[in-house]
Design a protein around this ligand. Structure first.
Ligand code: HEC
Length: 443
């Protein structure tokens, strides 16, 4: 299976013929449908205090026809009284546990807004009362759902597989990576907005957009973890809006060069559906009307740790004092954080401290490898600042872990997006992690 830029390959070869940045888009990228808002208003047979929570917090995925890899609907009384996959509880009971984060990933997963204590208590009270039906004449409010927000630009580059990926019915979980090379024409361009384009919402779980130093195979290849040489530009999961970069900056696509994009797409097929295919991807708005600054990515954290001990909690503390040459080109503005660890990661904290006080970049208390999301920032890194990164692992396996990209390896990175790009010969995206001083503690 080969993969390439489908919509506008010809335009990039013949960019002059395509005019400037207003090339026609492919399909309606818009909000790229989260499926939010399904589960229709006041219909149904569940009392409103429970019904409204399910509509607003759950049914963007657990709809009558489940979306984004969710295994079952949570729409009718019968759905909630069904026995869960672990056999011993009802779906409603399991829902309470998952909303409290007691078993498995938090439901709803981030970045979706969590259920409140009052909402969870209402579901528990309904269970305790024996799952009564909605009273005759009771009309519910819920049903507006979420929504993704629109796009205020027209995408001109569409990154997706040329042919649909075929999800094996025998696999519940697949992560595939494939490369897409986009040659830039004679004029440098800036990527200004990045948006998901969702094809088959039944099986898609998340999408990462990365940039590689070299060309990556266009054939979908299983990849459980991202290569540490790849820079993360955008991470999408159900509920994540498109990302419009700050007005002052764009990610550069240099004139006459080729940008090597990589898509990592994660699929769920918990129900073993047969014949599911998908061609989801990412849309980009780019322009040759360049913005003031080039944006770039760098990774805070460490590339050199070991000693994530088995059956223990360990904490890595890293401190980065910026070299004086970097200090002299500050300030820069950090506009996004993407915390990244592997499967036994539990917490990640990243902040700046210095003459201007402490400024937090990201605090993740319950890191979940299955739901990796970006966090918006608007923080300045100033001369004299120190960058601190703290990772905590809860390694409840018998295997000791150290830094690496394998299944039994771990990572501790906060990838930040920032501008203006630091242009120094010895500085690259991973330099901050190499230059950090770190220490490991058993908790
Ligand atoms: C963004 C999509 C999404 C939203 C929103 C969401 N879920 Fe889920 N849910 C999933 C996916 C995907 C799975 C399967 C993977 C897993 O178990 O973590 C799942 C699994 C579950 C399960 C486990 C089912 C089983 O048989 O093991 C329960 C229970 C659940 N969700 C309850 C909820 C509740 C309650 C809400 C709302 C408060 C909710 N979910 C909101 C995507 C979602």
């Amino acid at each position: 299976m080969s993969v390439r830029v489908v919509s506008l390959g010809a335009c990039f070869v013949l960019i002059a013929a395509c005019g400037n940045n207003t090339v026609t888009s492919t399909t309606g990228a818009g909000g790229s449908g989260t499926g939010a808002g399904v589960g229709a208003g006041s219909s149904g047979d569940i009392p409103c205090d429970v019904h409204d929570t399910l509509v607003e917090k759950c049914q963007s995925c657990h709809a009558a026809s489940p979306q984004f890899g969710a295994p079952m609907p949570l729409v009718t009384r019968a759905d909630l009284r069904a026995t869960s996959s672990n056999g011993s509880a009802t779906m409603a009971e399991l829902a309470v546990a998952r909303m409290q984060g007691d078993s498995g990933s938090m439901m709803p997963p981030p970045p979706n807004e969590q259920a409140t204590t009052a909402e969870i208590d209402a579901v528990q009270a309904w269970i305790d009362a024996g799952y009564p039906a909605r009273a005759a004449g009771e009309t519910c409010q819920g049903g507006t759902g979420g929504g993704n927000g629109g796009l205020d630009c027209t995408p001109d580059i569409s990154l997706q597989g040329q042919t649909p990926f075929e999800m094996p019915s025998t696999s519940i979980d697949e992560q595939v990576c494939f490369g897409i090379d986009v040659p830039t024409g004679d004029l440098k361009r800036h990527i200004t907005t990045i948006a998901p384009k969702i094809d088959n919402a039944t099986i898609i779980h998340h999408i990462l957009l990365l940039q590689a130093p070299n060309s990556v195979s266009p054939d979908p290849t299983p990849c459980n973890f991202v290569d540490p040489d790849w820079k993360l530009l955008y991470a999408w999961g159900p509920g994540t809006p498109p990302h419009a970069l700050p007005d002052a900056a764009g990610f550069p696509m240099e004139a006459g060069e080729t940008t090597h994009f990589v898509l990592q797409v994660h699929y769920n097929n918990l129900n073993g559906l047969v014949g599911e295919t998908d061609q989801s991807g990412i849309d980009l708005c780019t322009t040759d009307q360049l913005r003031e600054h080039d944006a770039d990515i760098m990774a805070f954290g460490s590339t050199q740790f070991s000693g994530v001990l088995p059956m223990a909690r360990t904490q890595l503390d890293c401190t980065l004092s910026l070299p004086s040459q970097v200090d002299s080109v500050l300030p820069i503005t950090i506009f996004q954080s993407w915390p990244h660890m592997h499967t036994v990661g539990q917490e990640l904290h990243s902040w700046l401290e210095g003459p201007n006080g402490e400024r937090r970049l990201v605090d993740v208390d319950d890191y979940d490898f299955e739901y990796q999301i970006t966090y918006p920032n608007n923080v300045q890194l100033m001369p004299g600042d120190t960058v601190r990164t703290q990772c905590i692992w809860n390694n409840n396996t018998p295997i000791e872990r150290s830094f690496g990209e394998g299944t039994n390896d771990e990572m501790c990175f906060n990838f930040v997006s920032y501008y203006p790009r630091i242009e120094l010969p010895f500085w690259n995206w991973i330099a901050p992690s190499f230059a950090s001083n770190c220490s490991m503690t058993t908790l």
